[in-house]
Design a protein around this ligand. Sequence first.
Ligand SMILES: [Zn+2]
Ligand SMILES: [Zn+2]
Length: 189
Amino acid sequence: MKFNVAQLLKATVGTTREYEIDDGISYVEDVPVSSNVVGRARFTRTPRGVLVAADLTLAASLTCSRCLEDLEYPLHLRFDEEFEPTVDVVTGIEIPGPEDELVFTIDANHILDLARAVREYALLGLPMQPLCRDDCLGLCPECGQNLNRGKCSCSNALVDSRLAVLAKLLEAGTLSTSADPDRAGDRRS
Ligand SMILES: [Zn+2]
Ligand SMILES: [Zn+2]
């Protein structure tokens, strides 16, 4: 995602260039990127440098935080960032670097590289707890089966044992329901 902006830097303020982007980055931090970065960007000459307005999509390979299956997470990035030159395009004289290290810069060969900006914005868009789908059922805590693929036998056993406890309580008469009309009547009288 490298663009030579030497000509744009020589142009008058307000001059624009449009670019179609279809390019690869492999990782955002430690998250693999499974698609190309696709979209468009408009570069505008500003008094200080080049303003990039980007509209891009890509897909990240994530793991569902509940069922641990792989998933493709689509990201749509929209950002406006100004890139500042580090060398004067006409004189070739070095421009004192910006005080803020977070500022995006154009290198000494007038190359504007969008990769860092794409990575930073993609990182902001990644979910903390990715889900393969909103209602993912996750894994059985007992046997580890992916419950999206069907019930395991221990979920039935768990329900059975709970029902057994309930049945015993009812049998022993320690559990009553307020919906019982006779007992409700007793209490009132
Ligand atoms: Zn899942
Ligand atoms: Zn299970």
